[in-house]
Ligand binder design. Structure first.
Ligand code: XMP
Length: 333
């Protein structure tokens, strides 16, 4: 039997009852697969890895070792939420690595977007591998692979095009022979979310909008500086808070701020104030290949503008990006 093929008879998981049934089945399967051995998981805080973590904690408790690498490019409060939910509430075996300085030092002066991506991706694997190497007796690697990842790989193989290097394609050293544990690999995203809710994960984690692996690194445009990154993180937190308040967080697929490496002249407290612009992007899409612009009520835009320009040090203007994809990509870099 091809374990990577979703059986035609498999019911779609749309309710808590169906999710509970799936969870009970997976707990039994994972226990059988793993026995009393240890399992390693890179826990990013994204939906898929969070659901896998919560499921495995239920199945094997402290035999699961989660590693959360904070690359310093997370959104405001995200690493803290991972620690709060998994270590404090679920009592997980969680290794938290604050590698902020390591990443930001490496990225200093690097302005090319692809070079930034390469550095962030490469360093991420390095940090994770270093942590894994410190651990003894790990025989399994858990991954948040979901069914679209499998379908994409099959499609790529059939078309002869190279497989897109999505976040689940491991970068583990060859000498680390670990068997995979992938409990949600036959589920679609909406089903993963239903399972996440049934496992008691917080709403914000389960319905988290897509967030690129390089994180704020590709939104702090050009060469990243700590002060501009800080301004971006604060402005983005305000945007998210206001979208939550007015309900847009539930209807807009992806929304975020980018801050370019340029300043304009402005005025604050009756004095000349040179600052960066914060650029709002809010898009809807089904597959991220094309995207449309979400209509945001002017009063919401005014409120966000007023809050960002008065609360965030270094920002003196707020712009709204009206460009669909194409011609603009969703991210600016
Ligand atoms: P673009 O900018 O290509 O983005 O229109 C399409 C979707 O992909 C996300 N994105 C990334 N995700 N690593 C990721 O994991 C990346 O380097 C990356 N670049 C873009 C983007 O946020 C959007 O959802």
């Amino acid at each position: 039997m091809d374990t990577n093929k979703r059986p035609d008879t498999m019911e779609r998981i749309t309710t808590k009852e169906l999710a509970d049934k799936f969870i009970a089945e997976q707990i039994a399967l994972v226990k059988e697969q793993v026995g009393d051995k240890k399992v390693l998981l890179a826990l990013s805080g994204g939906v898929d890895s969070s659901v896998v973590a919560a499921l495995l904690i239920k199945a094997i408790g402290k035999q699961l070792v989660c590693v959360h690498v904070n690359h310093g490019l997370m959104r405001k409060g995200e690493s803290e939420a991972v620690i709060e939910v998994f270590r404090n509430q679920m009592d997980a075996n969680l290794i938290y690595v604050d590698a902020t300085d390591r990443f930001l030092d490496l990225l200093e002066g690097v302005s090319d977007p692809e070079a930034k991506r390469k550095i962030i991706g490469g360093e991420f694997i390095k940090v994770f591998d270093e942590e894994a190497a410190k651990l003894q007796g790990i025989e399994f690697l858990a991954q948040g692979t979901i069914y679209p990842d499998i379908l994409e790989s099959i499609k790529a193989k059939e078309s002869g095009k190279p497989v897109k290097s999505h976040h689940n394609v491991g970068g583990l050293p060859d000498d680390m022979k670990m068997e995979l544990v992938e409990p949600v690999k036959l589920l679609f995203k909406d089903e993963v979310r239903v399972v996440g809710e049934a496992l008691g994960l917080p709403y914000e984690m389960v319905y988290r909008q897509p967030f690129p692996g390089p994180g704020l690194g590709v939104r702090c445009l050009g060469a990243i500086t700590r002060d501009r990154l800080h301004a971006l993180r604060e402005a983005d937190a305000i945007l998210r808070e206001e979208f939550d308040n007015c309900g847009l967080a539930k209807t807009v697929w992806q929304y975020f701020i980018s801050v370019p490496d340029m300043k304009s002249v402005g005025v604050r407290d009756e004095k000349r104030y040179e600052g960066w612009p914060a650029i709002i992007r809010a898009v809807n899409t089904t597959d991220a290949m094309t995207a449309t612009i979400e209509e945001i009520p002017y009063e919401v835009l005014h409120k966000i503008t007023s809050r960002i320009t008065s609360e965030v040090e270094g920002i003196n203007r707020v712009l709204f990006d009206l460009t669909p994809k194409p011609t603009g990509t969703i991210e600016w870099e």
